[in-house]
Every structure is written in C-alpha cells, then in structure tokens.
Ligand binder design. Structure first.
Ligand code: ATP
Length: 476
C-alpha cells in the first residue's frame, strides 16, 4: 500500500520522528536523521532489546566494539571478496541498479504467476553468477514490463557494498596500505572479542555476546525510507554453543525472537518466518522474521546457524587460537554460533507501521478524523502529557507539580496552549498513551481526568494515582 507508506513518511517528518539527512541541501540519499520523538522511540526500542538480551539472560553479556576494525578482519570474514551485489548501469539515465531489485520491480508489474516465474529465473542466474544471463533477462523483460524507450545497459558486474576510508596520516605509495572499512555489520566486533569476553567474564558455554551499533553499506537501491539505509544501526547477538547442539539452539532462538516481536505489540498475522532458499556454504540454517510492511512482507531480523565458520576464519587469519575448553566433556573446540541479527531502524519502521492509524472519530453530525500512533507504552516517546484546563487559578502549578513528580521515572510533556481537544490530537499523533487534564475540580477533590489514547475514554482518578497507572502500563 504505497499510500500508507507515503503517509507514514510524511507523518514521521511532520511530527519530528525522522527527517531526510541534510535536508536544507536536498538530502543525502538513503541517509536519515532522527528528530526529537524518533530519537526517543529508537532509544526505547534499543533499550528494550538490550534488556531482553542481557538483563533477562544470565548467560548473555553486552559489548560496544569500535566501528573501525583491522582491515584483515574483513578479509577473514569474506566481506572483501564476497560482500557484493550484481548491479547494472543505465547508460542513458546514468542510474545504477541492483540487478535483483530491478528485476523485482519488473516482476511487480506482471501478474502473480509470471512475476514468480521471473523471480525464480533470476534467483537461478544469480546463484550461478551468470551475469550475461542476467543482462539478457533484464533486456527481455524491460520490453514486457514496458520500461519506456530503448535503454542502453552496461554489463552486469559485482559491486562491493563496503565503504572505505583512509586511516592515519602516513602517506603511502600503495593506497591500500592505509585503507580501512566502515563496518558493514556489528557481528565481527563480537567474534574478534570472543576470547576477551569469555575469559574476563568467566563465561561458560552456552553463552551469548550482544551488541548494538552503527553499520554502513553502500546500498545501490535507496528508495525505501529507513528500510534500506546507507548508515544504519544493528542489534546483534552471537550465541556460542557446543558443536552438535546447534539444531536445538537454532529452534530456541527462532521462537524466542518471534516472541520478542510479538511483545512489541505486533499482530501475529503480520509476522512470518521465511527460510532462506540459498545458504552460504558454511551455514546450517537461516531464517528471516518478516513483517507485513506497507510495502509487503519484508525481512526485519535474521536468525542464522553459522557453525564455527567465523571463529575458524579469524583463527586462520590471525594465527591466534580461538578455542574454548569445555570442562563438562573435557575437550577443546571452536564453538558453534547461532546469530540473531536485527536492524534497529527497520524495527522502528515496523513499530511505526503497526502503530499508525487514520481513524474516523466523529459523529454523523460532526465528522472528524484523527491520526494516532498506537505505540505500546514502553516504546512511546512521551508517556504522559499534562494539561491545565486554563492558564490561571493555580491550575498550571498543579500540572507542573505532577510533572515534577513523574519526570524522574518517565518522559512527560506540558502543554497549556489551544483547546484540550487539539492538545489531545497532537499527543495522539506522536503516540502519547496518557493525557491528564487538571481542572477546577482538581482543586476541590484532588482528582484529574485521565484520557486513554487508544479508546479515547476518559476517567477521573486521584492525582496521586497517575504515576502508578503510567508505570504499570509501561511494564506490559
Ligand atoms: P537485505 O536482504 O534486506 O539487504 P540482509 O539479508 O543483507 O538484508 P543482514 O546482513 O542479515 O541483512 O543484516 C541483518 C539485519 O540488518 C537485517 O535483517 C536488517 O534488519 C538490517 N539491515 C541490513 N541492511 C540494512 C540497511 N541497508 N538498512 C537498514 N537495515 C538494514
């Protein structure tokens, strides 16, 4: 639903969630800035993930590794040689396309069966690295899918998605000597620290290491809002296990992660597993958790059974032993790994898509609509808005003292301008679950009106009960 997709993008901009980067210079493609409410939302999602991993699992600890890593890391991990996508340039428009995205675009214009057949054909060619075949497929289908005019394509070639930069000030004849990469994933920071953490934390297998941080990919197609960015944030966890136990742990994390997505308030029917049809040679299994975005079911998180591939590669390239002595079986081994890898920005986009609703809320006599973000209280940027009914009679003071009491525990917002109705609408649009109005009755009996965002119901409760009601909702 392109309309809903566009509506969410506009809403995010209008209400201070997400702005195009460097907007006054017309933006930078596939780079975004989080505004005042977006930054809170993102932080709440990140903190919630972090707590679910570390605080809720005695055998998972978190680290924070640097973005820059030794260049050999990316040789060992395979990214220098393999982290690339086939792409093609349109010589006339000078536009570059990722081949798979271009063909997926063609497929969308065909009927369902023909579209499926086209994708299957493409997947076959990609798996064989048949670039000539891909070019032919594009040329044949361009006509079928009525791309206007004749298009002059370049050959299909591989394009590495890693960004690189120079490190230090030493000039060198060989450019590559000073070349470092911006990490394209956070996982390698965990693998290279495996022994540091295991030893200093006295970790016993099975155990996990979690990390949240920026990752960078020079994505070729960049037109999907925060779904596909060139600078984004990942939340990854590597779970180190005894070889032979990978199937049970893979099953465990698959279910555990699905449960986590549901706990964000995501409707069950909008989540699905998608098994990877094509596995890397070392991988035992891989599955995506997909969400039904306004642009269709798409990956939010990957769960991968990766054997001991990464640690073995680092062992080989560094010459350092990366083994674990398992006292229970009296054996040394390179642990196997189950990985859970989720994009924080994609996750926020999922939460926003799920929360966004345009509702008819008026009566036949007085039609009215509202746009509401139905975030779970724990993720909402602002938890409580407090409004004095008028600016006089001591009402603002009472409102402000309620905020003073609550703001140590959660984010509050004070507002005294405009009608109460308008103030409610503004809070609905940023997803605030509770609004409290202080009026003259408050002075008499110490009660306030609390208004619930989703039901729009209002009830009178003691001023002293507000904080607890909000805190309780945040625990769900
Ligand atoms: P895709 O097929 O969509 O490019 P991927 O399979 O390459 O994704 P992984 O390498 O498994 O993705 O990365 C793990 C997670 O990181 C993804 O599930 C996604 O949520 C997030 N992610 C990956 N690339 C991007 C990006 N360019 N922008 C935002 N999030 C991303």
């Amino acid at each position: 639903d392109q309309n809903k997709f566009q509506a969410i993008i506009s809403h995010c901009k209008e209400y201070g969630f997400i702005f195009p980067s460097s907007e006054i210079y017309d933006g930078l493609s596939a780079v975004y800035d989080y505004g005042q409410y977006g930054a809170e939302l993102k932080k709440n999602v990140r903190d919630y993930w972090w707590r679910s991993m570390t605080q809720m699992h005695e055998n998972i600890v978190g680290i924070d590794a640097a973005i820059f890593m030794h260049p050999t890391v990316w040789k060992a991990s395979g990214h220098v040689d393999n982290f690339s996508d086939p792409m093609i340039d349109n010589k006339d428009s000078k536009k570059r396309y990722r081949v798979d995205h271009l063909i997926e675009g063609f497929a969308e214009t065909l009927d369902a069966e023909a579209g499926k057949a086209l994708i299957a054909e493409m997947e076959g060619l990609i798996s064989k690295d048949d670039f000539a075949g891909l070019k032919k497929l594009i040329e044949d289908n361009k006509i079928k899918c009525s791309v206007s005019g004749t298009v002059n394509w370049t050959d299909v070639r591989q394009f590495n998605l890693m960004f690189s930069t120079e490190f230090g000030a030493v000039a060198s004849d060989n450019e590559d000597d000073n070349k470092v990469y911006l990490r394209p994933e956070t996982a390698q920071g965990i693998f290279v620290n495996f022994l540091n953490v295991q030893k200093t934390g006295r970790m016993k297998i099975p155990f996990g290491i979690a990390q949240v941080g920026k990752a960078f990919r020079n994505e070729i197609v960049a037109r999907q809002f925060v779904f596909r960015m060139r600078e984004f944030e990942q939340m990854e966890m590597q779970f180190f296990i005894r070889p032979g136990t990978e199937d049970e742990w893979y099953a465990y994390w698959k279910e555990e992660r699905l449960k986590w997505h549901k706990s964000l308030g995501i409707d069950n029917s909008k989540l699905q597993f998608h098994d990877h049809p094509k596995l890397a040679f070392y991988a035992k299994a891989a599955v995506d958790i997909e969400y039904d975005f306004p642009i269709g079911f798409k990956e939010v998180e990957g769960i991968h059974s990766r054997t001991n591939h990464d640690l073995s590669q680092h062992q080989k390239f560094s010459g350092k032993k990366l083994q674990y002595f398992d006292p229970e079986i009296n054996q040394n081994y390179v642990p196997y790994v189950i990985e859970t890898s989720i994009g924080l920005d994609r996750c926020c986009f999922m939460v926003l898509s799920e929360a966004y609703e345009e509702q008819e809320v008026g009566t036949p006599e007085k039609p009215d609509t509202r746009t509401v973000l139905k975030f779970p209280a724990k993720l909402a940027p602002i938890k409580l808005a407090v409004f004095p009914l008028t600016k006089k009679d001591g009402l603002p003071e009472i409102a402000k003292s309620l905020i003073a009491d609550c703001k140590k525990n959660f984010y509050c917002y004070y507002e005294e301008k405009d009608s109460i109705g308008k103030r409610y609408r503004r809070q609905d649009a940023i997803g605030t679950p509770f609004c409290v109005t202080v009026d003259h009755q408050t002075i008499e009996d110490g009660t306030v009106t609390i208004r619930h965002r989703d039901s729009m119901e209002q009830e009178r409760i003691p001023l002293t009960a507000v904080k607890e009601m909000v805190m309780k909702a945040m625990m769900d």
